[in-house]
Design a protein around this ligand. Sequence first.
Ligand SMILES: [Zn+2]
Length: 338
Amino acid sequence: MPACHPAKDSAAFMKTSKNITRAFCVELQQELSIVAARREYFSQEPPRARFNFLCSTQACRAQGVKITGVRYDVKPQEHPTFVCAHFRANANYEHHVDCEWVDEAEPVEDMPERQETETQSAVRKAKRKLDDYIDVFDPALKERVKAQPAAARPDEGEDAKPAEVSAVSDTPKIKQSAETRTTNLERLVDSFRQAQAQLTKEEFALLSLRVPGQGEVSLRSYFRHIKFAQLGNERRVLYGGGLVERYGTGFKFKFFDRLQGKRVTLYVSPAQMQAYRSSRYISELLSHADEIRFFTVFALGTLKASPLGKSFTVEIEDLRHLAIVLGPAKNPDSAEAQ
Ligand SMILES: [Zn+2]
């Protein structure tokens, strides 16, 4: 660390000031979110190899600027001390002045930004407490080629780079507060869970989410507990705790909570599992059934009454619209689900 501040013009390398939400994975040769990295990590056959990450900005990557991936090798699980998987700047590296995670214009804490209202300031501070705040969630399922080779690139397009961040470094660039956009439901779920666990009720209520085709909704209202679900396609993420029964490679999830006194289930057929490129990750999560008290399932689907009207089912079009979180361990002393 230099003892004095370099002159402004020569300040070619800087520390990051924003939460790093994407990084370049050396092994997979692509940029991805920490949630996508976790899925890829657990999709490997054991023994699993950890990944190396470089900064997503080309100029930093060219200098070998490393990024640290934290807790992507731990499965998503309910935990009293909630720590989200996240990226962290590596203290040994400084970033290029044009790096997307460096923001010279970042207002100093407690110095109100010009023209910022009290609410805007509260929203900004709440967002900063989250490792990976999502501005836009696009649930549209883009068609994917079915017979992808085993080494197909993961999550292409799931964690889009904000369009306004230019990679051209020799033109003066206005760094905007680029929005974080994803089609990855599990990433949205992680962000929601962290917001629920770490923000105050008031802060949580301030957060909103833009959903193409639905406009702006509060983050809280985009998630609906299964006991408040309504028939039809509500276009909300339904969630709840429950247990799983395996049917070959497929499974049936039974929610604990009833809806209008009736059982609610979510069924995934073996064929659906076999067609899904991340089915190994789902199987890995479900393999912990005996060690944990329950699973929490998050599904973007349609609630339907069974033909005889005795129960309800949540139907999902695609497994990309399902996220599973492990519940607490039955034996509180047992290790985390690695
Ligand atoms: Zn960088």
